[in-house]
Design a binder for this molecule. Sequence first.
Ligand code: DC
Length: 222
Amino acid sequence: MNRNIAVDGPAGAGKSTIAKLVAKKLGLVYVDTGAMYRAMGIYFLGLGLSPEDEAGITEACSGADVSIAYENGVQQVYLNGENVTGMLREEAVGNMASRSSVYPPVRKKMTELQRTLASKTAVIMDGRDIGTVVLPDAALKIYLTASVEERARRRYTELLEKGQACDREAIEQDIRERDERDMNRETAPLRQAEDAVLVDATELSIDQVVEKILSLYQEKAG
Ligand code: DC
């Protein structure tokens, strides 16, 4: 049996926090696939492309070399040899990632890279299409979600803690728009795989979600 875990779900559900903790407990490599789409976003922004320019983005794809390395167990993302990890969380980058990830050539390139990573080592990979498209044979598939209001509240608190000014309603609106795009695009939309376990984290703590995933994994591993 392969040991891979796929975690899909909407923006702000806590996928990366949870996946990192589960990775540590089970000795799996954590792969953040959103970071890869974000690196592509940095590349397109650097070329001055508009997210609506499908032809331009399609043509540009072949010039982007995205790779992943681990330094002290932390994922580092390289774009054409440059470490872009520090830029990944910028708002403009997230926006470009969300918009450009609807185009099939972008998805094909990222899917190939993700499958190659998972063929080399056991992973817990989070994203939008991991259980449905990237790793359909994963040993365990989780669909992690929470209400829009709760996801917005968590994001708001996180930004306040970082000392960043933010507007709660604008955050909620942004999350709604991102859900709409991620769930309704034609290629590899965000949806729960038939064999995925739904985990609604609206009223669960991080530890409770981690425990739930660990016990589901033990059940599968037998
Ligand atoms: O998880 P994130 O917010 O870092 O992802 C940024 C964007 O990348 C997200 O809005 C949609 C896209 N994405 C995707 O289409 N498929 C994935 N497997 C991961 C992310």
